[in-house]
Design a protein around this ligand. Structure first.
Ligand code: AMP
Ligand code: GLY
Length: 423
């Protein structure tokens, strides 16, 4: 089987790492890939956004399956283009990808299908929105559109909400995404990530995980793409799992079908586990990153078989087998992330990790130059390890971290602490 992975981050490296372990995969490409992914897949010099060129490549090389990592190509219709050319693709089409691309659309589907989520209102008019927050309740102001998680502002009451509305709708600090805002009830609880493969008819839940969104220990500082993750997430116990399947995945799959939307790919459900049960915070139309890294490390089933079955609408009756061990991923970031970062710092200790038997360092943003590894982005590495307990996996992951360094390297010291406190 020939597989093309699209993307270049830690998520795509983890996918390539797992795909490479399958005896079914003869040839693995990654576009554009990265110096790190080169260890598993042949890089292809086409950017993730150049969807016509990617389709030409897949046709020319007779690629059997293209796996789309990031959301942008999906939101721009890569699955529609591949379909129209008879090329198999893992990822929802443009209309279905609006579940991630438009927060208002996601809310509409949740309400239409009785999926538990925060109460909300949508506004296109600044004055109307200001009147609404005049009730002075804790709330969340969200710009409608892709703003890389940045378009979300938590407000304790009226004054903060008004300031947020003025910035988003008035001054358009997130650009056109601020033409429409969603104002939500502020939910209290613990967050978890729940992903499922969906093939248009059936779905297959994957292992649970938990991300660490804030930059600093103790969940302080600005939101990031994710500073670390572990799987499974103890907060997703059997009752929560069942509630997500019954109250979220089943009605959503049925609702998508009713609207004639074809969703073939992975659905990421961002959850708040409240005292009253799980509530959906957001949907993404792709694997979470870094969550994908610990999840791939725990997956025992053949990944290409699962992804191909998803793309071909054959998920019914399939199962996924998981290691009983826990996996923990610690993200190493450049100084300044999630703001402006300086790249090109020399990374030491990385090659020595090749002999590390308990884990793997997935590359999120590295460059190779003259035999040296350099930093090449905000999130640089996802150091991921398995252990029999969450404590052991965490110890292993930080042991890996301790062998790597560069000037300005920053990481959270408290990854998985919450899971350990649950004990
Ligand atoms: P989103 O991009 O909508 O998932 O929001 C980003 C982050 O903002 C989430 O991961 C939560 O930490 C937080 N958040 C979003 N919506 C809510 C809400 N209704 N209540 C509490 N926190 C929220
Ligand atoms: N780590 C959260 C996300 O991928 O959206």
């Amino acid at each position: 089987m020939k597989i093309l992975v699209i993307g270049s981050g830690g998520r795509e490296h983890a996918l390539a790492w797992k795909l490479r372990q399958s005896p079914r995969v003869d040839k693995l490409y990654c576009a554009p890939g990265s110096a790190g992914i080169r260890q598993q897949a042949e890089p292809v010099d086409i950017a993730a956004g150049e969807i016509e060129k990617l389709a030409d490549f897949a046709a020319r090389e007779a690629v059997d399956l293209t796996v789309v990592g990031p959301e942008q190509p999906l939101v721009h219709g890569i699955a529609d283009l591949f379909d129209s050319r008879g090329l198999k693709v893992f990822g929802p089409n443009r209309e279905a990808a609006r579940l991630e691309g438009s927060k208002a659309f996601a809310k509409e589907l949740m309400l239409e299908n009785g999926i538990p989520t925060a109460a909300c209102e949508v506004f296109s008019d600044l004055e109307e929105a200001r009147r609404y927050v005049g009730r002075d309740q804790p709330c969340v102001v969200k710009a409608d559109g892709l703003a890389a998680g940045k378009g979300v502002i938590l407000c304790s009451g009226k004054a903060e909400a008004e300031a947020a509305l003025d910035a988003v709708m008035g001054r358009k600090v997130f650009g056109a995404a601020g033409d429409r805002v969603v104002i939500e009830e502020l939910l209290i609880g613990e967050e978890a990530s729940f992903m499922a493969l969906m093939d248009g008819e059936d779905f297959l839940p994957l292992a649970s995980s938990q991300d660490h969104k804030r930059i600093f220990d103790g969940d302080k500082g600005p939101n990031t793409g994710g500073m670390g993750a572990y799987s499974p997430a103890p907060v997703v116990d059997a009752a929560v799992h069942e509630a997500v399947v019954e109250q979220v995945l089943k009605p959503l799959a049925a609702g998508l079908r009713r609207r004639g939307l074809r969703y073939r790919g992975v659905l990421y459900v961002g959850l708040m586990i409240t005292e009253d049960g799980p509530r959906v915070l957001e949907f993404n139309c792709r694997f979470g990153d870094p969550e994908c890294q610990p999840i791939m490390m725990r997956l025992k089933s053949d990944l290409p078989s699962l992804l191909m079955a998803t793309a071909e609408g054959r998920l019914r009756g399939m199962t996924a087998e998981w290691s009983h061990q826990t996996a923990v991923c610690v993200v190493l970031a450049s100084a300044g992330y999630p703001g402006e970062v300086q790249t090109g710092m020399e990374i030491s200790g990385l090659d020595a990790l090749d002999s590390w038997s308990d884990g793997y360092a997935f590359h999120a943003g590295t460059k190779r130059q003259g035999g040296r590894w350099l930093t090449g982005g905000g999130r640089v590495l996802g150091v991921t390890a398995l252990g029999d307990t969450i404590e052991e996996a965490t110890r292993e992951a930080y042991d890996g971290v301790s062998r790597i360094s560069w000037e300005g390297m920053h990481y959270r010291q408290d990854i998985a602490r919450r899971a350990m406190e649950r004990g």
